[in-house]
Write a protein that binds this ligand. Structure first.
Ligand code: GAP
Length: 452
C-alpha cells in the first residue's frame, strides 16, 4: 500500500546562491576554506557530505569513460616540466586583460566589465561612477608559479597546471603503447587544476583551485569533426544521466573570437544557474595543435603508426573537459527545492551522499534491536545513516535537506510482522515493505528514479 500523508505544496527552485551556500555550510557539504582565520578568497573545503557527493560525481564520470574499451585512465602529476607550458601556449597565451580602479582599489577583467560591480556604487559598472579611475588594461597570466627545490630563481620556476590535459598529451605514446590501443582511443583523467582568476566568485562556480575531469580522444585527421559531434551527444547525455533537467541544459557554439588558442571548434555545455546560463563543460576540437607543439619543443616524435594502413600521422584530438566542482554545483542547484516547510535536495539517488536513513520510531530497547539489524542490512548494500533524535517529522526534514532518497522507520508492527515503513523523499509517499525485501525494493526504486 502506498499512501501520501502530506498535502502537495507548491515547489520553489533556487533563485539565489546564498541559500545554497547556507545549506551547504549547515549540513556539512561545503565550508569556506581556513574559516577560523577569516577564510581565503574563493577557496572551499568539502565536508563529510560534500566529499561523498563529489566522489559519486567523479565515479559517475570515471565509469562512463573507462568502462569503454576505447578509453584508458591516467593520473599525471600536477607539476610538470616548465617547457610543457611553453609548448602548450599557456606561458604566452593564457592571459586575461586586467584593469585596476585607483579609487576603489577594485580589480576587474577588462573584457567582462559589463558583469562587474563598481566598488563605489554596486548598481553601476566599473568606470561608470564619476570617481572611477580605471587603468589601461594589462595582460595577466593566470598560471600560478612556484619554485622547485630550495632556490627561488628563474631557472627553478614551475607552474601549477592550469588544465589536466597536458599530462595526457605528454603521455600519449606511453599510454598508447602500454595499453596497446589503436586510434581512435581516449585517455581520461581527474585531477586538480589551478588558475589565478582575476574575478573568482559565485560560490564554487569560479575558484582558483578546482578539479577537472578531462578526456582526450585521439582520432585520425579528417574524422575529427565526426567525433566532435559524437562526443557532444555523449556528454550531454552524461549530464542528463546525473539527473539534470533537459530544459536547464543547452549548447553554446564558440564564435571565432571566443575560441581558445588551441581550438579549431568548440562547444560549451551550459546550465541555467541562478546567475544565468553558464558553461559547465567544454568540448573542443584541438586538432593536432598540442601533439605537434610537444613534438617541436621536446624533439621527441609524437606520431602514431597505423599498422594496417602502414601510415604515420599526428592524431587530432577531441577533448571533453568538465569541472567537477561546477558539475556538482549544477547538480545541487537542479536538485534544490523549497516545498512549504521543507527544503529538499532532489538528487539523483546514485549521487546522493546517503541512499538510506534508518530510524527507530522511538528510543525503546525492543525497537532498537530490530533497528540495528535493519541498519546493518542496509549498510551492507548502500551508504546508509542512522538517526534516533527528535520526532520522525524532524528526522525526515534533516534527510530531505541532504538529499537522502529513502527513510526507513522501524515501529512496533514490525516486531510482529517483520515489515517497516519506507518513506520516499520526492513524493513523500510511505509504503510498508517486508524487511527481507528491502534491499531489492530500494535497488528497484533507485533504478526507476527520474528527475521531475
Ligand atoms: N582543457 C580545456 C580546458 O581547461 P576550459 O573551458 O578552460 O577548458 C574546462 O575548462 C572546464 O573546467 C570548464 O567548463 C569548467 O567546468 C571548469 N573550470 C574552468 N575554470 C574554472 C574555475 N576557475 N573554477 C571552477 N571550474 C573551472
Amino acid at each position: 500500500m502506498t499512501e501520501n500523508t502530506t498535502p502537495v505544496t507548491p515547489s520553489r527552485e533556487l533563485t539565489d546562491f546564498a541559500d545554497l551556500v547556507s545549506l551547504c555550510k549547515r549540513r556539512g557539504f561545503i565550508f569556506p576554506s581556513s574559516e577560523i582565520y577569516g577564510g581565503i578568497g574563493s577557496c572551499w573545503d568539502y565536508g563529510p557530505l560534500g566529499v561523498e557527493l563529489k566522489l559519486n560525481i567523479k565515479n559517475s564520470w570515471w565509469r562512463a569513460m573507462t568502462d569503454r574499451d576505447d578509453i584508458e585512465g591516467l593520473d599525471a602529476s600536477i607539476l610538470m616540466h616548465p617547457r610543457t607550458w611553453e609548448a602548450s601556449g599557456h606561458v604566452e597565451g593564457f592571459v586575461d586583460p586586467l584593469v585596476d580602479c585607483k579609487t576603489c582599489k577594485g580589480r576587474f577583467r577588462a573584457d567582462k566589465l559589463e558583469h562587474a560591480n563598481c566598488g563605489k556604487k554596486s548598481s553601476l559598472r566599473p568606470g561608470q561612477h564619476g570617481e572611477c579611475q580605471l587603468t589601461e588594461p594589462r595582460q595577466f597570466n593566470l598560471m600560478f608559479k612556484t619554485f622547485m627545490g630550495p632556490l627561488e630563481e628563474s631557472s627553478s620556476v614551475v607552474y601549477l597546471r592550469p588544465e589536466t590535459a597536458q599530462g595526457i598529451f605528454v603521455n600519449f605514446e606511453n599510454v598508447q603503447q602500454t595499453a596497446r590501443q589503436k586510434i581512435p582511443f581516449g585517455i581520461a583523467q581527474i585531477g586538480k587544476a589551478f588558475r589565478n582568476e582575476i574575478t573568482p566568485g559565485n560560490f564554487i562556480f569560479r575558484t582558483r583551485e578546482f578539479e577537472q575531469m578531462e578526456m582526450q580522444y585521439f582520432v585520425k585527421p579528417g574524422t575529427d569533426m565526426e567525433w566532435f559531434e559524437k562526443w557532444k551527444e555523449v556528454r550531454v547525455n552524461w549530464h542528463l544521466g546525473n539527473g539534470l533537467r533537459r530544459s536547464k541544459l543547452r549548447f553554446h557554439p564558440h564564435g571565432p573570437t571566443e575560441l581558445a588558442h588551441y581550438a579549431r571548434a568548440a562547444f560549451d555545455v551550459e546550465y541555467e544557474f541562478p546567475i544565468g546560463w553558464q558553461e559547465i563543460e567544454g568540448i573542443h576540437n584541438r586538432s593536432d595543435f598540442d601533439l605537434r607543439r610537444h613534438q617541436e619543443f621536446s624533439g621527441k616524435k609524437c606520431e602514431y603508426f597505423d599498422e594496417a594502413a602502414k601510415e604515420k600521422y599526428l592524431p587530432f584530438v577531441i577533448e571533453t573537459s568538465v569541472g567537477c566542482d561546477r558539475a556538482l554545483l549544477a547538480v545541487l542547484c537542479d536538485a534544490y527545492r523549497v516545498e512549504g516547510e521543507r527544503t529538499v535536495l532532489k538528487l539523483h539517488p546514485k549521487l546522493a551522499p546517503y541512499k538510506v536513513a534508518v530510524f527507530p520510531l522511538m528510543k525503546k530497547p525492543e525497537l532498537l534491536e530490530l533497528t540495528d539489524k535493519v541498519y546493518a542490512d542496509m549498510k551492507a548494500n548502500f551508504r546508509a545513516t542512522y538517526d534516533e533524535g527528535g520526532t520522525i517529522g524532524k528526522r525526515y526534514r534533516r534527510q530531505d535537506e541532504i538529499g537522502t532518497p529513502f527513510c526507513i522507520t522501524v515501529d512496533y508492527d514490525g516486531l510482529t510482522d517483520q515489515t517497516v515503513t519506507v518513506r520516499e523523499r520526492d513524493g513523500m509517499t510511505q509504503e510498508r515493505v517486508a524487511i527481507g525485501n528491502l534491499t531489492r525494493y530500494i535497488q528497484d526504486k533507485m533504478a526507476a528514479w527520474k528527475s521531475e
